[in-house]
Design a protein around this ligand. Structure first.
Ligand SMILES: [Zn+2]
Length: 198
């Protein structure tokens, strides 16, 4: 499950009023803060099963192919604005809010895939939901920054190709309409943007 930015900032304010919890970092979209939070969590809670899983089972191309072979689908659909995505295990569907585009859509797609890969739920009725949400986001963002994995996921799930940063440019340039454009100038443009992680 992935919450929208508007919801997260509202929730963050509530959390901060209650206590300066670890969770506060989770609801921050700043990559550096998220990365620092995960490093701290690894030190403070080394016994969490998920660390070993992340080391032994990367969210790689083989896994993405496997999801599709097991009939998983990724579907943009209408959903409440507080949600960016839902991992629907029962129906094997990664549901993506259809108002998302570009980086937001792909970040959400990979977040939901990370839930499947590591079996970490962020249902709000779990006391550790915020940790699992952060871990899914952390793994997801790192994987979506890899052009090979990004193109694999988009093509495997049959989603629309969208270019918005250097990783997505590297994944998809030369495809379709883009190959007719001045790719040198486009490349420079996306190099300036860099790889989005926040
Ligand atoms: Zn989630």
């Amino acid at each position: 499950m992935a919450f929208s930015n508007a919801y997260k900032s509202l929730f963050l304010n509530i959390m901060l009023m209650e206590e300066d919890t670890l969770a506060s970092a989770v609801h921050n979209d700043d990559w550096k803060k998220l990365d620092a939070y995960i490093s701290r969590l690894q030190i403070e809670e080394p016994s969490m099963d998920v660390w070993k899983k992340i080391e032994g089972k990367p969210l790689d191309a083989e896994f993405i192919d496997g999801m599709v072979a097991q009939k998983w689908k990724a579907v943009p659909e209408f959903m409440h604005l507080i949600l960016d995505g839902i991992c629907d295990y029962v129906n094997k569907v990664l549901r993506l809010n259809n108002f998302l585009s570009g980086y937001g859509r792909d970040k959400t797609l990979f977040h939901e895939m990370a839930h499947v890969r590591y079996g970490i739920s962020d249902s709000l009725n779990r006391p550790d939901w915020h940790k699992n949400a952060a871990i899914a986001d952390w793994v997801g963002r790192k994987s979506s920054a890899d052009p090979e994995l990004l193109s694999r996921a988009i093509f495997d799930f049959g989603l629309e190709v969208q270019i918005y940063d250097l990783a997505s440019y590297n994944a998809f340039h030369g495809i379709g309409k883009l190959s007719f454009r001045d790719s040198g100038r486009l490349k420079k443009y996306y190099e300036k943007i860099g790889i989005l992680m926040d």
